[in-house]
Design a binder for this molecule. Structure first.
Ligand code: MEV
Length: 333
């Protein structure tokens, strides 16, 4: 028997990092997916085949007579540790230890702040639990995804695996979530091409918090208020133009506060400012930062903003919100 499961990437619209401190956040699943096949094997071991996990940063160097290729094996090992912990947790839950081969292909760039690790964990949990005959709800998969992140990263709010398992547009707070009404958000995602480590960035914010709690606490509190305000705006009965205007303003403030926490980079800020100059109403980092992606809200200006992102050295991606979270694609005998 073989099982194929897939899970989507996400963007955090508001509240990354402060969500780790129990504040709310708003995030949406997007239409890039990770696919995981799971099947039993005869040698009794766990085998992971990473067919394509979109690790950025292949470096090529030349000498007189040779070409050297280097890739970021550290990043690949980090992704695979999410897979390994996810498999172990499912086997514990099922009370079975069996030889399983898991093969992964992904459309989500690693370390881009789009939740590639959570998507790979959620798809792995979905595929392996189905293979072992364990019927888990999407909420249970999200909880195991959160445990996986805690084991690998040490700290995690659980927002990424929750959005990836459930899909759609969610308001998330301390492990619970509420679905928000689908609103068409004319956004452009800009990828810097470099990657950040969520684990290291979360630890960096933690260090600042411990060193200067009186300075960092009000920043985190403001971020929490921004999320509540954004939710009010999304649910309010305003014209679309007013909603976009207010959300854009909140995005810009949220970006400034993330910069104050030290998770922006020059390339992220270049893409943010280029988007605003090209007419975006708001632009901010999405996800952990330290490289990765930003997004811009650009009603009527999506192609201008996409061009500005390209000129500023990034890769624009026009994405749609994905209503579908974890999907068991196919079960074959
Ligand atoms: C990463 O996508 C979001 C962070 O807030 C970490 C987390 O919530 O676990 C930086």
């Amino acid at each position: 028997m073989r099982v194929l499961a897939s899970a989507p990437a996400k963007i955090i619209l508001f509240g990354e990092h402060s969500v780790v401190y129990g504040k709310p956040a708003i995030a949406a699943a997007i239409d890039l997916r990770t696919y995981v096949w799971a099947e039993f094997n005869k040698n009794g071991r766990i085998r992971i085949e990473a067919k394509d996990i979109k690790i950025p940063g292949l470096t090529v160097s030349f000498s007189e007579s040779e070409i050297y290729f280097e890739t970021d094996y550290g990043k690949a090992a980090e992704v695979l540790s999410y897979v390994r912990e996810a498999i172990n947790l499912v086997m514990e839950e099922a009370g079975q230890k069996k030889g399983v081969t898991v093969s992964i292909t992904s459309q989500i760039p690693v370390g881009a702040g789009l939740g590639s690790s959570a998507a790979v964990a959620v798809a792995t949990i979905g595929a392996v639990s189905k293979l072992l005959g364990l019927e888990l709800t999407k909420e249970e998969v999200a909880k195991l995804g959160h445990k996986t992140e805690l084991l690998v990263q040490g700290a995690s709010s659980g927002i990424d695996p929750t959005v990836s398992a459930i899909g759609g547009f969610l308001y998330y707070e301390k492990g619970t979530f509420e679905e928000l009404p689908a609103i068409e958000l004319p956004i452009v995602v800009g990828y810097t091409g470099s990657s950040g480590s969520t684990k290291e960035l979360v630890a960096k914010v933690r260090r600042s918090f411990e060193e200067m709690p009186d300075i960092i606490t009000p920043i985190l509190n403001s971020m929490g208020r921004i999320v509540e305000k954004a939710k009010e705006v999304i649910l309010a009965d305003y014209d679309k133009e007013i909603k976009f205007q207010l959300l854009g303003q909140l995005m810009n403030i949220n970006h400034g506060l993330l910069d104050a926490l030290g998770v922006s980079t020059k390339s992220l800020s270049d893409l943010v400012y280029a988007s605003r100059e090209a007419g975006a109403l708001g632009a901010k980092i999405t996800g952990a930062g330290g490289g990765g992606c930003m997004y811009a809200l650009a009603p009527g200006k999506q192609s201008e903003v996409a061009t500005a992102i390209k000129i500023a050295g990034g890769t624009p991606m026009i994405t749609k919100i994905s209503r579908e979270g974890l999907r068991i694609e196919d079960v074959t005998q």
